[in-house]
Write a protein that binds this ligand. Structure first.
Ligand SMILES: *Cc1c(COP(=O)(O)O)cnc(C)c1O
Length: 307
């Protein structure tokens, strides 16, 4: 079966390599046709649900997950409805509509939009969760299949954590490619640090609020599977500020001419402001998760907002 995602380039970053002793490898998920890695898992899940008889897909994400579901639906010839809260930007709604999905604006918060989207769901109209579905993780795991095929054996993987679907997929990919002992750096921003907060409390907790501008990391509670992995696999939790994330996006844009969301800048910031754990690693694999919720104007606004 042909996948909906593409095989992305894996390139060495000379500028980032200068920050540490070893080599830094970028897996460029920003180049997926939907703008982020999400298409891997969501594309795989949608293809699987189609085989099981799905006639329509519903999403409640105004972000990269909604765009990926819309993209997958159009490719597979199935209608897609994306329910978003009133706070969703015109840009995001436009991106979803460009993929021919129907957008329903409902409720003041994501929770209200989500609750409404569940009412539309039945045995043929399938709800696609943005991060908490084993099918998604199977799809995200293909990142590591491609890394393995390239011949690279990373000593550590750096990635961002929102709800933790990417992290579940990457660890699954490490395990199925004989790399089960490779540690993962799980990066979040202050105000979207649901994993770090849970780990320091020793309980699977929910944040009261999301205050970070890295909205793609804004899951108040990570998937249970994400939390559980931290006790079965070497996961190093790391939290950076919004300012570090935004500055890293700007530096990355200068170094590699690619514009990514602060959600992705969070990961990059562990190299622009190198963390101790990475200093002596020979081969560092960085998941450049991407994101389409960014423009040059937005980037400038964030920069000004943070002084
Ligand atoms: C969704 C997303 C994340 C977080 O992924 P999770 O699977 O929710 O942890 C990070 N970066 C970008 C650009 C995303 O779209």
């Amino acid at each position: 079966m042909k996948t909906l995602h593409i095989e992305t380039p894996l390139i060495e970053s000379i500028p980032l390599g200068k920050k540490v002793k070893g080599k830094v490898w970028l897996k460029l998920e920003a180049l997926q046709p939907s703008g982020s890695f999400k298409l891997r898992g969501i594309g795989y899940a949608c293809q699987t649900y189609l085989r099981r008889g799905a006639k329509k897909f519903v999403s409640s994400s105004g972000g990269n997950a909604g765009i990926a579901v819309a993209f997958a639906g159009r490719q597979l010839g199935l209608p897609v409805v994306v329910v978003v809260p009133e706070s969703t930007t015109e840009n995001a709604i436009e991106a979803i509509k460009q993929e021919h999905a129907e957008v329903i604006v409902r409720g003041g918060s994501w929770q209200e939009a989500h609750d409404y989207s569940l009412k539309l769901t039945d045995s043929e109209c399938i709800h696609i969760h943005p991060f908490d579905d084993p099918l998604l993780w199977d799809g995200h795991a293909t990142i590591l299949d491609e890394v393995k095929k390239s011949g690279l054996s990373p000593d550590v993987v750096v990635l961002s954590v929102g709800g933790g679907g990417l992290m579940c997929g990457i660890i699954e990919g490490l395990c199925r490619n004989n790399m089960a002992t490779v540690p993962v750096i799980a990066v979040e921003t202050v105000g979207a640090d649901s994993l770090a907060t849970s780990l320091s409390a020793g309980q699977h907790l929910e944040l009261d609020d999301i205050t970070s501008l890295a909205t793609s990391l804004g899951a108040k509670k990570v998937a249970k599977a994400t939390y559980d992995w931290c006790y079965k696999h070497e996961v190093v939790s790391h939290v950076v500020s919004d300012m570090e994330a935004v500055n890293s996006c700007l530096e990355f844009c200068n170094d590699h001419r690619l514009l990514v969301e602060p959600a992705c800048g969070a990961t990059l910031s562990t190299l622009y402001n190198p963390i101790e754990f990475l200093m002596d690693k020979k081969n560092i694999l960085v998941i450049v998760c991407g994101g389409s919720g960014v423009t040059i104007d937005k980037m400038n606004d964030w920069k000004i907002k943070m002084g």
